[in-house]
Design a protein around this ligand. Sequence first.
Ligand SMILES: NC(=O)c1ccc[n+]([C@@H]2O[C@H](COP(=O)([O-])OP(=O)(O)OC[C@H]3O[C@@H](n4cnc5c(N)ncnc54)[C@H](O)[C@@H]3O)[C@@H](O)[C@H]2O)c1
Length: 335
Amino acid sequence: MHTVCLVGLGRAGHFHYRSIQQMDNVQLKYIVDPDPEALKGLSGNTGVIHLVDIDQAIADDAVDIVIVATPTQFHFEYIRRSLEAGKHVFTEKPLGKTLEEIEKVYALAVAQKKCLHLGFQRRYDTNFEALKASLPQLGDARLIRTSSRDNPKPSLDYLKISGNIFHDMLIHDFDMLNFLFGPQLPETIYARGYAYDNAIAELRDFDTVLVTLQYENGMICSIDTSRTASYGYDQRIEIFGKDGMICTENEVEHTLKFFNDKGMQSAKALHSFPQRYKSAYFKELLNFMEAIEEGPQFNINRKECVLAHLIADAAYESVMKNEVINFKLQYGELI
Ligand SMILES: NC(=O)c1ccc[n+]([C@@H]2O[C@H](COP(=O)([O-])OP(=O)(O)OC[C@H]3O[C@@H](n4cnc5c(N)ncnc54)[C@H](O)[C@@H]3O)[C@@H](O)[C@H]2O)c1
């Protein structure tokens, strides 16, 4: 039996809460959230102890797992304290705000011999798992086209502390490149962006971005992203290779197609990430629970995590300077 402390009960905390409820050998003992109303939306008598800081849970030897789902700026401190106290940690992305934070927590997890897993749930999505499984039949991958459009637009309060669109959203796409092709270093990165929302522009951030990456073997990848998509949550990947083309489509509300004299209508894409990735969120946590018994210690290794982080840094640098970044040359030795 595992005993869990969940830190942060917002959008991400809620999907992890739901996953925990579906697991047999897991007891949720504490939820840490400074908001006194945080647990109000949970139905029934949960039996969970609400704390406004983590001290009591950290000191409780019965707790062997901490799940971190706070705003990004607090991840590092909670991960550090939990690992130091001998807990296994599952954390939402991104792991940390700086390279230094990332290096410190990986070193700490190694020293403490504790599992550290990251919430890159797309790796556990059946569509993307199938995409990866079919790669060997495709021959060399030559062109990759990823669309990664969120819905609905997050609140301004969230965006203010999210890091930026590169570290908050595109980090998932950079991780998918690691997942699909292994941690390869792009030769060059070029990004363009625009903020249609003035409040986002004032944050020196963007709501609409295109990033292109080119690799030594010629492979070119373009990733487009938007903070909002009026037609629902849009996450697709297409890979063109020597021996064919593979792609994944959006998950939709139902499969009905209606043909009439105006044309053809089909259902909308699922509304947002809690719907699209419902099973992936469960699978990533289940995988973490199993890893505590059997490994692996990390679901995303240090190199992959650092690479995704630095690509996000380089893409932001590119868009701000309107320059092509020679990634391998400039960032290579840090990886
Ligand atoms: N993997 C995904 O699909 C996904 C989706 C959404 C968010 N996220 C990640 O999850 C994290 C949280 O995002 P969110 O959308 O749930 O945010 P949110 O604003 O909806 O919720 C954050 C929660 O944390 C609480 N909180 C604030 N400060 C805290 C502190 N110091 N200690 C403990 N709790 C604190 C808030 O009261 C709130 O309940 C972010 O790092 C984000 O990147 C991941």
